[in-house]
Design a protein around this ligand. Sequence first.
Ligand SMILES: Cc1cc2nc3c(=O)[nH]c(=O)nc-3n(C[C@H](O)[C@H](O)[C@H](O)COP(=O)(O)O)c2cc1C
Length: 408
Amino acid sequence: MPEPLNVLLGVSGGIAAFKAPEIVRTLRGRGHRVRCAMTRSAGAFVTPLTLEVLTEHPVYREEYLEANDSGEELHISVARWADVMCVAPATCNTLARLALGLADDFMVTTSLAFTGSLLVAPAMTTEMWEKAPVQGHVAALEERGVVLVGPVVGPLATGETGMGRMAEPQDIVAAIEATRRKGDLAGRAVLITAGPTQEALDPVRFLSNRSSGKMGFSLAAEAASRGAKTHLISGPVSLPTPLGVVRVDVTTAAEMAARVEELAPESEVVIMSAAVADFRPVTTRSSKIKKGAGGPDLKLEGTEDILARLQTIAPNALRIGFAAETGELEEEARRKMKEKGAHWIVANDVSRSDIGFGSEHNEVTVFRRNKPAVTLGRQAKRRIAGRLLDLVKQELDGVEAEVAVTSG
Ligand SMILES: Cc1cc2nc3c(=O)[nH]c(=O)nc-3n(C[C@H](O)[C@H](O)[C@H](O)COP(=O)(O)O)c2cc1C
């Protein structure tokens, strides 16, 4: 049984607070020590008594600021006690206070004194979730390394179905336990590519594809948060750079190939998740193509095969390619693995609208040389990234064990 964690569960005032007792029970059932902090509003949704009984510990509330006459600075001692702090549910208000560092209650004050892994599980209606201030606060928290767990699409308290439902308690517990893996890729050099490329036809038009870059950015965020020295070569996307990641922006397949040539030889793991254009115009017109009958006669040529090149430029790296398919997943993946000398091909079915390009979710199958395939069922891209890096970690450890046996 792995070491139990000291978990501080912050509960704010949303309907989903009724699930906080289940989170506490699941955590305790798995051997963790739990304490709870509640906002003033949270008390309207779940009683402190319930959480006190389940945690076997008094609940911290905002009154501590007035009531604490023992001289003990509780927010400091609790922040030092906790390995993980998770706010579930996190309301719009609490997300804003956490993002701005408004230390006006015990929970946010403690979050500022706390130096471990902070997770937030937002819960609200779709309209609230999509509002610019809420998205701004979430982005600010993520940029500082706060782990976002959900929200997910599902039935909401209003009776509608949509984005904003709190992640399920067992997923929140899994995310809390996943913080244990922090640092397990420390010192590893990981190179990731992400996003589409753009191949210019003329000064205003280009050939491209629907890749949003979310899968590659999730992989980079996860790798960096686990201590890997992470380089991310990205095509044109509108995503913020994850904390701790060195990002290199490119536009075309040729530029991406050139940057991979530079960085891959120093990498132990190379994950090619970019949707690189397979074709580009033979010539790029220097002036805008005029509108005319029938349209221009476009001549296309193949682009660099970056994954195949890796066999030569990074022969010792673990080489992983992504394949977006619309048909026979396994057949195509195995063909690519062989032809391009990749160790693994991560295949996803882009004909499905609920996963893949642009979606927050993905479902992939990892085909590996001489090892059974592993399917990672539909889940948030960040969680897919986590599971994929768990497999990478196992592979790196396995490779090292083999080397140690051979050399001994
Ligand atoms: C019945 C009811 C349900 C609410 N549900 C939510 C919710 O799911 N998400 C949310 O962000 N706010 C919700 N609110 C609004 C928050 O309770 C309110 O913004 C409050 O100030 C949050 O304070 P806190 O973040 O300090 O707990 C709800 C309010 C009421 C009255």
